[in-house]
Design a protein around this ligand. Structure first.
Ligand SMILES: [Zn+2]
Length: 151
């Protein structure tokens, strides 16, 4: 159900754009609702579409109207990894975003920046000190040929 819209969602998205698209918890929750219930909110317990929405309750915004249903009240978080967590929807989106971008290798580039390690600083000391040991290691073939001779 979720796969169709998820495919292209994060393509080329930056964290800045993400926060512009989801400036608060409400817009972020709306996105989660659309991902979870693309065809309409249904009860996580009995699957009924007979759901009352926009209750004034701060967290449990929905109510299943089925009299036999054991759930009755539920939220967008009910039945997901977010259930029971006090982390806001926007924060969940940011976490999801960071996980997705790190899978694309962006985080390793970011790590380089954060650590202040550039290619230049990483390679220049070894290049500078290279000539001296290199002249010594030039004799390396002799030991390698010596070992092959002795073997
Ligand atoms: Zn129900």
């Amino acid at each position: 159900m979720v796969k169709a819209s998820r495919k292209s969602h994060h393509k080329g998205t930056t964290l800045k754009q993400l926060l512009r698209t989801f400036p608060d918890n409400e817009t972020a929750e709306k996105w989660f609702v659309e991902q979870r219930w693309p065809t309409g909110i249904c009860c996580p317990k009995c699957g009924s579409l007979n759901v009352q929405i926009r209750l004034k309750h701060r967290t449990m915004k929905y109510r299943c109207r089925e009299k036999a249903c054991p759930t009755q009240f539920f939220s967008t978080k009910t039945g997901t990894v977010m259930e029971g967590s006090k982390v806001g929807y926007q924060d969940w989106l940011i976490v999801a975003f960071l996980v997705m971008t790190s899978l694309k290798g962006v985080s390793s580039m970011k790590l380089h920046r954060d650590l202040g390690v550039t290619q230049k600083t990483a390679t220049s000391p070894s290049t500078r000190s290279a000539p001296t040991p290199a002249s010594k290691t030039r004799s390396a073939p002799s030991w390698s040929s010596a070992t092959t001779r002795s073997a």
